[in-house]
Ligand binder design. Structure first.
Ligand SMILES: Cc1cc2nc3c(=O)[nH]c(=O)nc-3n(C[C@H](O)[C@H](O)[C@H](O)COP(=O)(O)OP(=O)(O)OC[C@H]3O[C@@H](n4cnc5c(N)ncnc54)[C@H](O)[C@@H]3O)c2cc1C
Length: 409
């Protein structure tokens, strides 16, 4: 059985908060905290009851990502997972489209869910009230909340950290999370019938990995801001598409950095280890996944120039497809069909990503690290499509990194 400390020690924790969230909220044995390295991690502060231990071992998405055939109700693509339909979409609310990360597709579906009364609230992540540089779990009940939470926050989040308390409380909610957060909630649903009752919809966005808060500090430093505490507001992107990372100082001066430099040059160098072996960067367990619908040049490279935002929208379950159709009929979202083959041009990294997993896990095995249980995801198929050379390069790169880390520890 894997417990929280084993999972952390093996570098498999993603920081989702599920292990803490399934405990007794009145007397928590596990709590989530920010670490000095800038990640969110669980800390065991009292003996963990055996039932909680067993549940964590079974549902923690750090160590368990697994499809159950009976849950898949759409054709399964090896790279993209289950897909009913692929579309480009954007919010018809122009303010929201501009504020959002790509086209505001995700937020527009949330608006429809609240407007139609299918849910009472949304569990999502937004900037913390305590600091413009920190994330916090946000309960949203109307457009203003959804508007504030729109946009990507490239930093740790633990949207499952109070999940049992939410499932006990009155009301139904939609859940928004990273693919690992949603996979964790889906795994919990297999053991806890309250999830199906209380969470009619799970929405995810594609995720290339979670950078630590040190990544945020490095972005600020590169902008010329040495004192992060001086920042009064900060956004990673949005207010346009892809928008600029923007920090505002007390005197009103604003410092900006383009998306390619902030994400591509800095943030993606601060990813936690678990994200490097992620077998589901595309939200395979969600009802609908949203992603950047990048326009590409004629070589297939994404163009990061400012334009009207558009989200790639993948419906993954029949229920998700029906929801999207409703949001469309009610005028919350506009869409345009896209052929499945065109997704790889918009998401070149995610196209290959599942192929990296087995070689990187082989490197973990070579240094004696315990392996996660990633099953029924067609990882071998994507690995084979990479070719032996690229797979070996991934094995070697990870092995080197792990050996170096061992020496430093
Ligand atoms: C860490 C991270 C990595 C990403 N990697 C990719 C990628 O590889 N490819 C890609 O196409 N897209 C990626 N995205 C998603 C992308 O930035 C957009 O969210 C996506 O295009 C949907 O856009 P939208 O306009 O429909 O979303 P919006 O309408 O702006 O809604 C965004 C939603 O994401 C939630 N959210 C924001 N930050 C977090 C967070 N840290 N944790 C949990 N929830 C959060 C908000 O609460 C909101 O509900 C990533 C996002 C994050 C946070």
């Amino acid at each position: 059985m894997r417990d929280v400390n084993d999972i952390k020690a093996a570098g498999l924790c993603a920081g989702c908060g599920l292990c803490a969230g399934v405990g007794d909220a009145a007397q928590p044995a596990i709590v989530m905290r920010d670490t000095s390295q800038g990640y969110r991690r669980p800390f065991v502060q009292a003996p963990v009851p055996p039932a909680q231990k067993a549940l964590v071992d079974a549902v923690c998405p750090g160590v368990n990502i697994q499809h159950v055939d009976s849950e898949i109700d759409a054709p399964y693509h090896p790279s993209w997972g289950p897909i009913v339909e692929a579309r480009l979409g954007w919010s018809t609310d122009m303010g929201l489209r501009r504020q959002a990360s790509s086209g505001g597709g995700l937020s527009s579906v949330l608006l429809h869910l609240l407007d139609s009364g299918q849910i009472d609230y949304v569990v999502q992540t937004a900037v913390s009230d305590d600091s413009p540089l920190r994330n916090a779990l946000r309960i949203s009940t109307g457009r203003d909340d959804i508007f504030v939470a729109a946009g990507s926050r490239y930093a740790p989040s633990s949207p499952l950290e109070d999940i049992a308390a939410r499932l006990d409380a009155p009301g139904r909610f939609a859940f928004v999370g990273k693919p690992c957060d949603v996979a964790g909630l889906r795994a919990l649903a297999r053991r806890d019938p309250r999830v199906a009752e209380k969470v009619p919809y799970m929405l995810a966005f594609m995720c290339a990995g979670v950078p630590s808060y040190r990544g945020t500090d490095a972005v600020l430093k590169a902008m010329g801001i040495d004192d992060p505490d001086a920042v009064v507001s900060f956004r990673y992107r949005g207010d346009g598409w892809p928008g600029f990372a923007t920090a505002v100082l007390p005197d009103g001066t604003s410092h900006q950095m383009d998306y390619n430099s902030s994400w591509g040059g800095i943030l993606n160098r601060h990813l936690q280890f678990r994200c490097k072996i992620c077998p589901d960067g595309t939200g395979e367990f969600a009802d609908i996944t949203f992603a950047d619908g990048w326009l590409c040049d004629d070589k297939g490279y994404p163009l990061f120039e400012e334009q009207d935002g558009r989200s790639l929208v993948l419906t993954r379950t029949r229920k998700g497809e029906a929801l999207l159709q409703e949001a469309l009929a009610k005028g919350f979202i506009d869409v345009q069909a896209v052929p499945l083959e065109s997704i790889r041009h918009m998401q070149p990294f995610q196209t290959k990503r599942k192929g990296f997993v087995q070689p990187r896990m082989a490197a973990m095995a070579s240094v004696g690290l315990p392996l996660p249980r990633f099953r029924n995801l067609r990882l071998s198929e994507v690995r084979r499509s990479l070719g032996a050379k690229e797979a070996f390069r991934n094995y070697l790169g990870t092995l080197r990194r792990l050996v170096r880390k061992r020496r430093q520890d």
